[in-house]
Design a protein around this ligand. Structure first.
Ligand SMILES: O=P(O)(O)OC[C@H]1O[C@H](O)[C@H](O)[C@@H](O)[C@@H]1O
Length: 545
């Protein structure tokens, strides 16, 4: 057994998990439950009262956090200690949204000045492109940006841009290409004019196959359409921590925006990887996004554990995963602009906490990161919510909704809000057999049939949810919201004692993919691998089944 599961707090939580009353009862016996179990910070309000938790539950969870040295681990991250031990890196995405007055040391050097310099370089670039001063090779202003990148170099820019659509510069369009499937880039290129298109190649490593291949294809297209090699600098810029490789690739050194080893890919939208966002919403709004995240950093670093939003959310999710066998967690966004957020949180959390050994290499004997999934409300209510209400799996849910809409037409927003709140209520209270039977009182069905139908209409309730509200979706509230989930992920990784900042599983896929590519391109059929892989490669080589 690991020290964690042997600990008296863990054992106490395990025993306590069998004795928590149904939430209906918890609400019926405490009119102040919402007041006690809700919290405001950084423009967000978290209602966590619809959870299977009593004061004793929370005390035990906070004790678990304290015993896991959570506060010291938070300090270590902010202080730039090498907490990504397998890759020997500090984890300092928080430095990207620090104030210019702060001083943050990584590997013996204050990194705030270079963060500020890069922001200033982004500012100059954004103003040059959006003012029309930056010209394409025929002297025309840029109208279209194509952001090429994958993983963290794609999801952050894409989803934040999508979320902040009301703030877009109407003169500019942005397209995202991630997939190496030639269809993705081909369909985009069909829409574009090489004279007015600017490509941003985003790759921290500058070694990711998909991104390099898509960039080469974009460059070939540009040259085939009439651009000259000497025009490439006007149409291609890169964001990378590997400046040497980008220069070798042919990107003009003035057009390279740096990032650093101490920023993980899935935490990088705050760096120059966020350039497509900055181009679309302008630098002031981009800085407001950073500032919202910075406020959440301050809250996370300074609020006591019992009033700390990421800590509370992290602990409650861990409670269900480790003590109620919940294997997934659903994120439901009641705002069309936030429809991409579940996919963003999916990468953030699953790539971070999909681990099974502790920092010192011991196999864990508890479950770690759950499957994160979700979608936009209200659409899910007409689909997978059925399983949330009556399925056999316990799936804790986060409901996220702004109180004010950017598009306040008629009764739309009232209906959206009523669906959001109605769902959390239904999940919590469910419907008893007697209630279901009473609803059938006026039907003409025979008594036995009523009993049967009532049985099918029973919903156990007691399904946990958090509700996160904000006044309005703005760059600042979005920044705080994303940072909240980053830190929630950190809290869980810290308690599980795993490295939330490496991704060896993803790396293996890349290595084997390259090996298979070489075998596909070889002059002969493959017989060196397992029978299935050999057969699949050879069928592919033949081009038919
Ligand atoms: O930015 P790049 O170096 O091209 O990396 C892109 C992506 O590659 C890998 O798959 C990592 O697991 C991701 O976290 C990363 O964001």
């Amino acid at each position: 057994m690991t020290l964690l599961t042997q600990s008296s707090t863990w054992q106490a939580l395990s025993a306590h998990s069998k004795n928590v009353p149904h939430m209906r009862e918890l609400f019926a016996t405490d009119a102040a439950r919402f007041n006690k179990m809700s919290l405001s910070a950084c423009g967000l309000l978290l209602d966590y009262s619809k959870n299977r938790a009593t004061a004793e539950t929370l005390d035990l969870l906070f004790a678990l956090a304290s015993n896991s040295q959570l506060e010291a681990k938070i300090k270590a991250m902010f202080a730039g200690e090498i907490i990504n031990t397998t890759e020997k890196r500090a984890v300092l995405h928080t430095a990207l949204r620090s104030t210019a007055e702060q001083s943050i040391i990584a590997e013996g050097q204050d990194i705030v000045p270079e963060v500020q310099q890069t922001l200033n370089k982004m500012q100059g670039f954004v103003s040059s492109v959006t003012s029309g001063q930056w010209k394409g090779y025929t002297g025309k202003a840029i109208t279209d940006i194509v952001s090429i990148g994958i993983g963290g170099s794609f999801l952050g820019p894409k989803i934040v841009s999508q979320a902040l659509r009301p703030y877009w510069n109407p003169e500019l369009k942005c397209h995202f290409v991630a997939n190496v499937d030639g269809t993705s880039i081909s369909e985009k290129l069909k829409l574009l004019d090489p004279e007015t298109t600017l490509f941003i190649m985003s790759s921290k490593s500058f070694g990711t196959q998909e991104t390099l291949t898509n960039t080469l294809t974009a460059r070939e297209w540009f040259l085939a359409k009439g651009g000259l090699q000497s025009d490439v600098a006007k149409h291609f810029v890169a964001v990378t921590s590997n400046v040497a490789k980008a220069t070798d690739f042919g990107i003009d050194s003035d057009n390279i925006f740096p990032m650093w080893d101490w920023v993980g890919g899935r935490y990088s939208l705050w760096s120059a990887i966020g350039l497509p966002i900055a181009l679309l919403i302008g630098m002031d709004n981009f800085r407001a996004l950073l500032s919202g995240a910075h406020q959440m950093d301050e809250h996370f670093a300074n609020a006591p554990l019992t009033e700390n939003m990421p800590v509370i959310m992290g602990l409650l999710s861990l409670w269900y995963g480790n003590f109620f066998n919940a294997q997934s967690h659903v994120v439901l966004t009641y705002d069309h602009y936030l429809r991409g957020l579940p996919a963003y949180f999916q990468q953030l959390d699953m790539e971070s906490n999909g681990k099974s050994v502790t920092l010192n290499g011991t196999d864990v004997d508890y479950s770690t990161g759950p499957v994160i999934w979700g979608g936009e409300g209200t659409n899910g209510q007409h689909a997978y919510h059925q399983l949330l209400h009556q399925g056999t799996a316990l799936i804790p849910a986060d409901f996220i909704m702004p109180l004010q809409s950017h598009n306040p037409i008629g009764e739309h927003h009232d209906q959206l809000a009523s669906n959001c709140f109605g769902q959390t209520q239904a999940l919590m209270q469910g419907r008893t057999f007697d209630e279901a039977l009473a609803e059938l009182a006026n039907s003409a069905l025979p008594a036995a049939k009523k009993q049967l139908i009532a049985k099918h209409k029973v919903m156990p309730g007691n399904k946990p949810s958090n509700t996160l509200l904000m006044d309005k979706l703005t760059p600042s509230t979005l920044g705080a919201l994303i940072a909240l989930y980053e830190h929630r992920t950190f809290v869980q990784g810290a308690i599980w004692d795993i490295n939330s900042f490496d991704q060896w599983g993803v790396e293996l896929g890349k290595d084997l993919g390259n090996d298979v590519l070489a075998r596909i391109g070889a002059g002969q059929d493959c017989d060196a691998l397992d029978a299935s892989s050999n057969a699949l490669i050879n069928l592919y080589r033949q081009g038919k089944i």
